[in-house]
Design a protein around this ligand. Structure first.
Ligand code: XUL
Length: 544
């Protein structure tokens, strides 16, 4: 059988992952480079540079360029590149890369005899890229909101209220703080379009999956919004990539990839997208609104497919584009695995021990709740880090803290996801922590739905490979559904399933249950509610 191979590249926060799929045999190969380990000279922690002010988080984009070269080299050494038919990129969302006039000619003329890193140092107008973990643009968010007429109006136009980590406020801050750097910028890429540009040797367009996560595009028309651009920075339209509504061809691999890594010159590169829209495709959720996904990655995200736009007035959650031209909804929780990891490390536990504690202790934790804002939080918006402990949660109590951090995070998802309407039929759980049965069971109990771990941990990289495959196969007249393609790479594998336990569901969801207590604790934590003592006392009385 002649292989029909497609490559998905996911440039995440902590690592770059390549997944090569073969749509003839169903074979899947994966390889990954961890940024902290491979590139210590960039000084990152968990892939990011957090400054003294914890709201400022950036990366030197040259590190990503090195990683791309290294992963392509490793695929070439394994003999995998020559018959790859199509490639697509998935990138951590919202990060911006600022390029100058030298960038376009440099990418076009890359010399295959030496690595990219030796050739691209002069193409950046800004040495660092703010990434999705940055929350330093609160003032700019307020300015944009005022110019556009309030939160609801910004959300109606762009799909989200003005959001600290999004490119619009980030670009505004750059223009305000460094007008001459802004002037020297001739192109602003997002991570997905930047990596795609490196593959095709020219400036790549941006898809609406990533483009709608900018506060700059109009979610109805799929074009850059003149109003939003004007509220952000002068002459911005000229700097942004072309915005594309549905999956399409970005170009063919550059001569550099052909000559340095033995790709065939016919290899097609499909437009890139954000890691969350990519996961949506990788999980087979395009066109499947009843199933939602929870990704337990660096950030935790809750997301799902939307066949049409939500028209309710909404100031929470985000609407992004989906690869089929539809939409997706998303909530992002920044203190995801980093907060769980901090608790696990604080008490010297292994992940198995962490999971066992969740399986063996009683749901509800006797009313003890943690709001683990170790870093500034995105949902709900918390700019000053603080860990709240309620209900007599003692720091010395290991099991209670494990349960409190896990329940706190999962209840935050259940509480805030109500903005998207009725609860899902099933939840697919993906990314690093999805193998943790204790977390899976807690998700099933808090949401009162079946929670299934998704067998392939790298659903974003798989999604990118599937997007490449689907577009290229369609073009050849061999069209396949999203679901058929996903199933080809997942059905044979055994996945973990957790079903909701009736008694536990009652503890969380009955009136006065832990979800109600959580809401009161969160209100207090945000400074908009009184102390939740009454709710906690009532819970302890009824749910012991
Ligand atoms: C989504 C978000 C994160 C990043 C990093 O809005 O900020 O999920 O995409 O993965």
């Amino acid at each position: 059988m002649v292989p029909d191979r497609f490559l998905g590249l996911d440039l995440g926060t902590q690592s770059l992952t390549a997944v090569v799929i073969d749509t003839v045999t169903g074979d899947l190969q994966q390889t990954s480079i961890n940024f902290d380990q491979a590139y210590p000279s960039y000084g990152t922690t968990d892939g990011a540079l957090i400054s003294e002010d914890p709201t400022m988080v950036c990366v030197d984009p040259k590190m990503w360029v090195e990683a791309l070269d290294d992963i392509l080299g490793s695929l070439a050494r394994k003999g995998l590149t020559s018959n790859i038919r199509g490639i697509a990129v998935s990138g951590q969302q919202h990060g911006t890369v600022y390029l100058n006039e030298a960038a376009a000619p440099c990418l076009q003329g890359l010399d295959p005899s030496c690595p990219m890193i030796d050739q691209i140092s002069g193409i950046f107008s800004r040495p660092t890229s703010p990434i999705w973990m940055d929350s330093s643009t609160h003032a700019e968010c307020q300015e944009i909101t005022a110019a556009l007429g309030g939160d609801a109006k910004v959300a109606e136009i762009t799909g989200s209220i003005a959001t600290e980590r999004f490119p619009g406020p980030q670009i505004r801050k750059y223009w305000k703080n460094d007008p001459s750097g802004y002037k020297q910028t001739s192109h602003i890429a997002l991570v997905s379009s930047f990596i795609t540009s490196l593959l095709i040797g020219k400036m790549a367009p941006l898809d609406c999956g990533d483009g709608f996560g900018t506060n700059l595009a109009d979610i109805r028309t799929g074009r850059w919004s003149t109003e939003a651009l004007e509220a952000t920075a002068p002459d911005l339209c000229r700097l942004l990539p072309k915005l594309i509504r549905e999956d399409d061809l970005a170009g063919h691999v550059s001569d550099y990839l052909v000559r340095r890594y033995a790709f065939s010159p016919d290899t097609e590169v499909v437009i890139g997208t954000g890691d969350n829209p990519s996961s949506l495709a990788g999980l087979g959720l395009l066109g499947e609104p009843a199933t939602k996904a929870i990704s337990l990655g660096t950030s935790d995200t809750y997301f799902g497919y939307l066949p049409r736009l939500l028209i309710s007035e909404r100031t929470e959650g985000h609407i992004f584009g989906a690869a089929d031209g539809g939409y997706m909804l998303l909530l992002c929780f920044k203190n995801g695995s980093l907060a769980r990891q901090a608790i696990k490390d604080r008490y010297g536990l292994s992940w198995n021990e962490f999971s066992d504690i969740l399986l063996k202790t009683a749901p509800g934790n006797n009313g003890r709740i943690m709001l683990p804002y170790i870093m500034p939080e995105i949902t709900p918006l918390v700019l000053k880090p603080h860990v709240f402990r309620f209900g007599g949660l003692e720091e010395s109590d290991v099991t209670a803290n494990v349960r409190a951090v896990s329940e706190g995070q999962i209840m935050a998802m259940a509480h805030h996801s109500r903005v998207f309407g009725k609860k899902p039929d099933t939840i697919l759980v993906t990314a690093g922590a999805s193998e943790n049965l204790g977390l899976l069971q807690t998700i099933a109990d808090v949401f009162d739905v079946e929670a299934q771990s998704f067998e392939v941990k790298d659903s974003a990289a798989l999604g990118a490979a599937i997007r490449a495959a689907r577009w290229c196969l369609n073009k050849r007249g061999n069209s396949r559904s999203w679901r058929a393609l996903t199933e080809l790479f997942t059905t044979q594998r055994q996945s973990l399933v957790a079903r909701p336990r009736k008694d536990a569901v009652r503890v969380y969801r009955a009136e006065g249950g832990l979800l109600d207590v959580y809401a009161a604790c969160e209100g207090f934590g945000l400074g908009i509610g009184r102390k939740p003592d009454k709710e906690i006392a009532r819970f302890k009385e009824f749910f012991r």
